[in-house]
Design a protein around this ligand. Structure first.
Ligand SMILES: [Fe+2]
Ligand SMILES: [Fe+2]
Length: 280
């Protein structure tokens, strides 16, 4: 078996899950061979993406340290690295159960840190923290929630619950960091909200393309139809993220106008963006 990368310093002291994963999943037996291999591929791809998020949290921790963020936030980001290793391994194990044999650790995906061209190094740190935690981890929570709401298979339900319990804390890093900034810095961040939300949603949509052969059985094991996922992501932006940003006194008009248009991601909403933020 592949040596897991989660460490003894982690919250579960090196254990993979809070509770043992169910050994039996009778619902899995009614899957076709094709459905099993598709679910294995979906969960294995998630394992690769979770591993990349661990790399992202290495950068988040460094950015929080550079910005002299509170010790509790730095500690949470440090733990998040370990959490994401755990998520990667958990997803690989679930993928292996669908495959029916032990799958190897998937190849590493390269982390591309957003450039945020035109931002000062200080602002770039803040944008990275907000982009990853406020946007990506909050939408990841909404994604897992909708996966869980449709899941019936005991293994998928248990795995999704474990994943979801961490994403909430990861989102909190971003919200708490944003709340700790002074009003001027937050105002400087406001014009970047729409471009960051646009890029984030575009990435999520690319990762969950429409599949004409989707079957309800896939949703029972953690992979809902694309339209269901997309609806949950936009709903998270409308009902969680925008109200949270408004609460912190940030300018969200451009973001809200884009959402009113249906949050299109086939082209950049440059006409809604404020210069000099958007440079392509
Ligand atoms: Fe994760
Ligand atoms: Fe996370």
């Amino acid at each position: 078996m592949t040596e897991p990368e989660y460490s003894a310093r982690g919250r579960w002291k090196g254990r993979l899950t809070r509770r043992a994963l169910p050994r039996e999943d009778a619902l899995m037996n009614s899957l076709t061979a094709d459905e099993r291999s598709r679910l294995a591929a979906i969960w294995q791809h998630r394992a690769a993406m979770e591993r990349r998020v661990a790399d992202s949290f290495e950068q988040i921790e460094a950015a929080l340290l550079r910005r002299h963020a509170g010790a509790s936030l730095v500690a949470l980001a440090h733990r998040a690295i370990d959490d994401e290793y755990r998520h990667a391994e958990l997803s690989r194990l679930v993928a292996s159960r669908f495959a029916g044999y032990e799958l190897p650790t998937p190849p590493r995906l390269t982390l591309e840190v957003p450039e945020h061209r035109g931002a000062t190094p200080e602002l770039r740190d803040s944008l990275f923290i907000v982009g990853q935690c406020v946007l990506n981890e909050t939408t990841a929570g909404a994604f897992l929630e909708v996966c869980l709401s449709q899941a019936r298979g005991p293994l998928a339900v248990a795995a999704l619950r474990e994943l979801l319990s961490d994403e909430i804390d990861h989102g909190r890093i971003g919200w708490a960091y944003l709340a700790s900034l002074d009003e001027r810095t937050r105002a400087g961040l406001s014009t970047w909200l729409l471009p960051m939300a646009f890029l984030n949603l575009r990435e999520w949509r690319r990762e969950s393309p429409d599949d004409p052969d989707h079957s309800p059985a896939l949703a029972w094991h953690g992979a809902p139809a694309a339209s269901v996922i997309h609806g949950a992501l936009v709903n998270a932006l409308e009902s969680l993220i925008v109200p949270g940003l408004v609460e912190l006194g940030m300018a969200t008009t451009a973001l809200e106008n884009w959402l009113l248009e249906g949050a299109p991601t086939d082209r950049a909403p440059t006409e809604l963006m404020t210069e000099p933020v958007w440079r392509g």
